[in-house]
Design a protein around this ligand. Structure first.
Ligand SMILES: C[S@@+](CC[C@H](N)C(=O)[O-])C[C@H]1O[C@@H](n2cnc3c(N)ncnc32)[C@H](O)[C@@H]1O
Ligand SMILES: [Zn+2]
Length: 318
């Protein structure tokens, strides 16, 4: 990001509590609320200490670090981080979560055009930056997690890879510190299902996206209509205090629709190879024209827990 583009996106930052303007001078300050929002180790600290659920979100931040240490992925590995999310394609990993993210991420890349402003919620290390910046876009990463190894602090590695700084903001996706209609594209990967209030996060993603812009939720946990609210795969993370939820595709689509985002594409997060081998899925996929739509609706409505990706467009006048 050029110095001008960085200044431009810095000017879109608002107080997370009252959405008022911040001082231009450091530390950036909301005079109305009397709160400073400093830049610490390259990350703008913009958490609202009085926001709903802040205690649960702080517990989640600690939970990610504890879980990463226990599962031994806390220490950064440059070779891995340099290719994320393509660890299956480029390093031969056999990991269903990353494979689904690889598949779903293509739907973001295909709609990017040079000059677009792109915001990622739940950006973690900001690995998305390397792909977004390579397409000539301005990238902004937001997450509650500022940790130097597995959170926004690690974004420094990607700034060095890109040869330019970009804006990293410690912020709650349920109360974003940005002016309305600031971004052409707002997206998240595996993050919406961590929201304590799904509608609040979707509403904020919609608010900060310009009318006509895109809102994407990629590789989100989903459940069939008759499945319970606790996915077995989320148990371990829940034990670390991470806020996990699993929604039906109808809950995601409705949350987006009621905040002015029309879903234009919905697909299996990991693609169609898996369900092609099932009896019902295989049959539906062979239907002319509507094969994928029918297989997605059937699988998402009737078959256990999985991942879904949604691409929507923000309604309203440009
Ligand atoms: C499963 S991780 C996904 C990280 C990254 N998108 C990826 O796919 O590698 C979920 C991320 O969402 C973040 N997160 C959870 N709740 C959040 C919230 N309310 N606002 C912003 N980020 C949040 C977590 O800190 C974590 O980094
Ligand atoms: Zn304020």
């Amino acid at each position: 990001m050029t110095a001008t583009a960085l200044l431009e996106v810095e000017s879109l930052v608002r107080c997370p509590t009252c959405r008022g303007p911040l001082s231009a001078a450091e530390p950036r300050r909301c005079e109305r609320c009397g709160v400073d929002y400093p830049l610490v180790d390259g990350v703008r600290r913009m958490l609202d200490e009085n926001a709903p659920g802040i205690a649960e979100k702080r517990r989640e931040m600690e939970g990610w670090v504890s879980m990463a240490r226990e599962q031994e992925w806390y220490e950064p590995d440059d070779e891995v981080d340099a290719v994320l999310p393509y660890v299956c394609r480029d390093l031969g990993w056999d990991d269903p979560t990353w494979r689904a993210t690889e598949y779903s991420f293509a739907s973001l890349l295909e709609l990017l055009r040079p000059g677009m402003r792109v915001l990622e919620i739940g950006a973690a290390k900001c690995w998305g930056s390397q792909h977004v910046i390579a397409r000539g876009c301005t990238y902004v990463g937001a997450d509650i997690l500022a940790d130097p190894n597995i959170g926004l602090g690690r974004g420094l590695f990607y700034e060095e890879l890109a040869g330019q700084p970009f804006l990293r903001v410690q912020a709650d996706g349920e109360g974003l510190p940005f002016a309305s209609a600031s971004f052409d594209v707002t997206y998240c990967v595996a993050t919406l299902h961590h929201a304590l209030d799904l509608g609040a996060m979707v509403g904020e993603m919609s608010r900060v996206t310009r009318p006509g812009g895109h809102v994407l939720a990629l590789n989100e946990g989903s459940r069939a209509l008759r499945q319970g609210a606790n996915a077995p795969t989320q148990e371990e993370a829940l034990g670390f205090g991470i806020n996990e939820h699993v929604h039906t595709i109808y809950a995601y689509v409705w949350a987006l629709a009621r905040h002015g985002v029309l879903v234009r594409r919905i697909f299996q997060a990991d693609g169609y190879d898996g369900i092609a081998g099932t009896r019902a899925g295989g049959t539906l996929l062979r239907l002319p024209l509507v094969g994928r739509a029918a297989a997605t609706l059937y699988t998402q409505s009737c078959c256990g827990y999985q991942g879904v990706s949604l691409v929507g467009r923000r309604l309203g006048r440009r």
